[in-house]
Design a protein around this ligand. Structure first.
Ligand code: FAD
Length: 511
């Protein structure tokens, strides 16, 4: 260090953004032999990657809107693109099930079919069969058709709905991530173990051309000092902020991203609904899910075109009302209100800009230097958690085709990292039943780039995303990691206050 400014470092590639897209890119780039720096403005996986519906999805929704032959015939290219996405979903689903089974749980989903639906029972069966056939990964799709009587026996489908006569349902088994943020953190830590430099709380402030490559300047919130690094290539994986970063740097490229806000609510439904998921269409014809989550269900999303600003990451009251109305339309007998909501969340999906689609296109797109017109400048848009393995490979392959790596390639490290074993310090257990050894919490703080208590609660340990959002153990966790984190008692108290404030403000927790 010199006058508070770190010595400049030289890398093959700098990845901007430590959500799942940037994490997967860094992990595959370092394995391909590129010396790699990953910089993230906040904590790894803390933004869009933490606000998902948590589905490692079979891709059925991609076929939505193509129920009639005339639509397929008039829009063959759009249909082919959607089929391609559904195929990718099925393949990646199989790959992830085999790679990280401990990060997934299965959900029994019911998909009701009403007499007035565009997709009749035989079309639904054909859709499922098609998806199953497209899965070359071997996990396949488990599904059964239920006739009207069998469908009405399912508690979630028994009650009256304004949607008309039920003619049947499909029961299928879907995979749900039990902890998306940790998938991102594990991917970052696997990259670090393979030799990548990974820095969170380092927002990029400036990007400029230097020689044949790029110089990136960040502000390190830990040292409170700027640092610069150069590289031959940049991968802008900043999700909904890819254009903001380019604009701030004076990089002249066309708009590449279009944000789409999605909002979900978590609530407690009748006991007989427990463990069952529902997939249907909202009153406006968009995919709508009710997904079991422990003793709760979460419902959503309600979507709207959005900027990646603070409002995009908090559910607004009108959005919550719209979700409650949707549920009351499905289950009029429940007569749900705002008081039934335990918490809510929202995120801004990074969608690939498409001039004709107000909320962006559904495609995933690597914008190469040939497309951006800027040497060594790569941008990823439309990145999805459920496709992150493919995305990381795609980015590393493209960069390697253009630039020779400076190191020997190595196998890509994937999958969860083991937890430190329990020692005499015991475990912390929340009322929601999450147990984490104190040794493991301290190991995370010491080795996994933790800066705040929220990092520990939501992204290193899994106390956060439960019915009580970790509020019952936050003091215990703070005290358990205080010395390793280097927090005084006062600082630990401030961390606790900041955590409670986040839970109340960002999740509107009503515990
Ligand atoms: C409601 C909702 C439901 C969803 N459901 C699913 C689902 O069921 N399954 C699924 O697979 N996907 C789902 N998604 C989509 C998925 O969450 C996202 O597409 C994915 O997480 C995007 O990851 P990302 O890394 O591209 O973006 P992000 O996670 O947003 O990461 C971008 C990162 O860039 C960082 N950054 C920004 N500016 C800077 C800067 N100046 N310097 C450094 N870093 C910067 C940000 O801090 C952020 O961490 C859902 C999304 C939403 C909103």
């Amino acid at each position: 260090m010199f006058l508070g400014v770190e010595r400049m470092q030289i890398f093959d590639v700098i990845v901007i953004g430590g959500g799942i897209t940037g994490a997967a890119a860094a992990n595959h780039l370092i394995a391909a032999g590129h010396s790699t720096l990953l910089v993230e403005a906040g904590d790894f996986g803390a933004v869009t990657t933490s606000r998902t519906s948590r589905l490692q999805y079979c891709g059925l929704a991609y076929l939505n809107g193509f129920e009639s032959f005339s639509t397929i015939a008039t829009q063959p290219q759009a249909f082919a693109q959607r089929l391609g996405l559904a195929r990718r979903s099925m393949r990646e689903r199989s790959a992830f099930v085999r790679q990280s089974p401990e990060r997934l749980q299965t959900v029994d989903f019911y998909l009701p079919i009403y007499a007035r639906d565009a997709a009749s029972p035989w079309k639904m069966k054909a859709g499922f069969r098609l998806l199953d056939m497209m899965d070359t990964g071997g996990e396949g799709l488990t599904y059964t058709f239920l006739d009207a009587n069998a469908a009405r026996a399912i508690p979630m489908l028994t009650g009256a709905s304004s949607r008309g006569a039920l003619v049947g349902a499909i029961h299928y088994v879907e995979y749900q991530y039990n902890w998306p943020e940790r998938i991102c953190v594990d991917t970052v830590m696997n990259a670090a173990e393979a030799g990548a430099e990974v820095r969170n709380y380092c927002p990029v402030q400036h990007i400029e051309r230097e020689g044949d490559g790029w110089r990136v300047t960040c502000f390190d919130k830990r040292t409170k000092a700027p640092f610069s690094a150069t590289a031959r290539a940049i991968v802008n994986a900043a999700g909904p902020w890819v254009d903001t970063i380019a604009r701030a740097a004076g990089i002249s490229v066309a708009q590449l991203n279009q944000g789409e806000k999605g909002t979900n609510i978590a609530l407690r439904l009748p006991a007989e609904f427990r463990g069952q998921g529902l997939q249907t269409l909202s009153r406006s014809g968009a995919p709508f899910y009710l997904i079991p989550w422990g003793a709760l269900h979460y419902a959503g999303p309600v979507n709207s075109s959005a900027e990646a600003d603070a409002k995009g990451f908090v559910a607004q009251d009108n959005e919550i009302t719209s979700l409650i109305d949707e549920l009351n339309d499905l289950f009029p007998d429940l007569n749900l209100g705002h008081e039934d909501i335990v918490y809510s969340w929202a995120g801004v999906r990074p969608r690939t800009y498409a001039p004709s689609a107000p909320s962006g296109g559904s495609g995933l797109q690597l914008h190469t230097p040939a497309m951006t017109g800027l040497p060594g400048y790569y941008v990823y848009t439309g990145g999805l958690l459920m496709m992150h393995g493919q995305i990381g490979r795609e980015i590393a392959t493209a960069v390697t085709q253009a630039f020779s790596p400076s190191r020997e390639p190595q196998a890509v490290k994937v999958g969860p990292r083991p937890l430190a074993a329990t020692d005499q310090r015991g475990v912390i257990t929340s009322v929601d039943g999450v147990s984490v050894p104190v040794s493991a919490l301290n190991d995370m703080v010491a080795r996994e780039s933790v800066m705040t208590l929220e990092d520990v609660m939501f992204r290193r340990a899994s106390f956060g995303w439960n019915e009580h959002l970790g509020t019952d153990v936050v003091e215990d966790v703070a005290e358990a990691v205080r010395e390793t984190a280097g927090w005084s008692k006062v600082e630990a108290g401030l961390q606790i206050m900041a955590y409670r404030e986040t839970v109340n403000r960002s999740y509107k927790f009503r515990g």
